[in-house]
Design a protein around this ligand. Structure first.
Ligand SMILES: [Zn+2]
Length: 429
């Protein structure tokens, strides 16, 4: 059955397209776009887009779905529902589950749960090291054959440079990225917020920006030495982004992502002593936030990723030093991007779509499967968005099992009216 979505403004940077248009879909693929779509549409089911935005389905390189092991926080089913509600048609799921995803058995279990949920596309990451213990490399070849698209010990830094060197070398032959959570554990110590003026005033233990930057610097040098592809997760500091900019200018294979909470908030939020503002890396200073905005605009950043990290009320509702690190983010990423980046003219709408779809697709090679684009022949993963209709972040709006959002009560523009995966509607009436 063919489907024609007409009366929409399609924004697809992979085709240099931002124009009133129409999209024709058949057999789960994009068949035609624009006047050709209307011309070939006889007999197709019709959706009137009401003049709203039609975008490629968003792709999140960094989610924690907690399954197997911690399904009170989130399951693959509930996380997938949060994803499609937020306009994400593909998610890449971190390996720090219980047990961790260092075996084909765990990868296959995850993939079967995602198939049963039947909502978004689900791409697991395998661990870099067995048990995420930082000592022995996992079996990348077999994990890739089972469906893993990248490797990460996210949640833990790989402190042993020799292990990181070998991981980058092996994955350079397999042509997949190593995704690094950069944090020198000695510099971090027992810190739980950014080290700076605010932590000093509050008397809280800080995590210095150098804890991230020294590891970013080390791993950029190892990427250059090995020829491996280093992808830097959730960068949070001015110095990290400066290092990435220089590395890219020198032709080193490095990509990076930033999160909405790091471009929206600073460590001043911790004055509230509310653990919904505690995550790792921590919210940083205004100068870091300004540097993130600059890097989003000038092309240094490849992707906006949520680091969606659900936690139960019990994990969060305790004293700041012992509360769990992490916040949810799938449902708020697009509205925050529209409000704080596009409406404030930090970046264009086309660049925003690039950062949420084509950029992440390229970073994890999902573009080779046609994802992140609406070119004819691509999988029909797309979303319909009203950029003016406002959403309010409350418990009803959030589809995740957990509600640890730092944006509770915020009202933002950008309502996802519908989400389609492979031509099938998975969100919206
Ligand atoms: Zn991380």
């Amino acid at each position: 059955m063919a489907l024609l979505v007409k009366n929409v403004r399609i924004v697809d940077p992979t085709q240099n397209l931002d124009a009133p248009s129409a999209l024709l879909v058949a057999d789960g693929k994009v068949l035609a776009i624009g006047s050709e779509a209307e011309a070939q549409a006889s007999g197709a089911e019709l959706v009137d887009g009401g003049g709203k935005l039609l975008l490629p389905g968003l792709i999140d390189l960094h989610v924690h779905f907690r399954e197997p092991g911690q399904t009170a926080k989130e399951s693959i089913e509930s996380g997938s529902r949060a994803a499609v509600a937020g306009g994400f048609t593909s998610v890449c799921a971190m390996a720090n589950t219980k047990p961790v995803n260092d075996s084909v058995a765990v990868t296959e279990l995850m993939m079967s749960k995602a198939r049963a949920a039947n909502l978004c596309r689900y791409f697991p990451l395998g661990t870099v090291t067995k048990g995420m213990e930082g000592e022995e490399l996992a079996d990348y070849g077999n994990l890739m054959a089972a469906g893993c698209v990248a490797f990460s010990d996210d949640g833990k830094s790989i402190m042993n440079a020799a292990i990181m060197r070998r991981a980058l070398k092996y994955t350079s032959w397999l042509d997949v990225p190593i995704v690094a959570h950069e944090e020198d554990t000695n510099l971090m110590g027992k810190g739980y917020m950014n080290e700076g003026e605010t932590s000093a005033r509050l008397g809280c233990l800080g995590i210095p920006s150098a804890a991230e930057e020294v590891m970013v610097a080390r791993d950029i040098m190892l990427a250059e030495y090995t020829g491996g592809h280093l992808h830097l997760a959730h960068l949070s500091t001015k110095g990290s982004l400066r290092l990435v900019r220089e590395a890219k200018a020198n032709g080193i294979r490095v990509t990076c992502e930033v999160t909405p909470h790091h471009f929206a908030l600073t460590d001043k939020e911790l004055m509230k002593f509310d653990s919904d503002f505690k995550m790792n890396p921590p919210l940083r200073a205004q100068a870091d936030l300004d540097a993130i905005l600059e890097a989003l605009a000038d092309g240094t950043v490849d992707a906006i990723a949520t680091d969606h990290a659900p936690h139960t009320w019990d994990d969060k509702e305790c004293e700041l030093p012992i509360a769990a690190f992490g916040v949810i983010g799938l449902e708020t990423a697009l509205p925050l991007t529209l409000e704080l980046l596009v409406n404030r003219k930090v970046i264009s709408l086309s660049r925003a779509v690039e950062l949420l779809a084509a950029g992440p697709a390229r970073t994890f090679r999902l573009d080779r499967r046609g994802l992140g684009s609406l070119k004819p022949g691509s999988p029909a993963d797309f979303i319909l968005v009203d950029p003016e209709a406002r959403i309010t972040v409350d418990r009803d709006f959030i589809q995740s099992k957990s509600y640890n959002s730092p944006f509770k009560g915020w009202t933002l523009p950008g309502k996802v009216l519908g989400t389609w995966v492979e031509g099938r509607r998975v969100w919206g009436a």
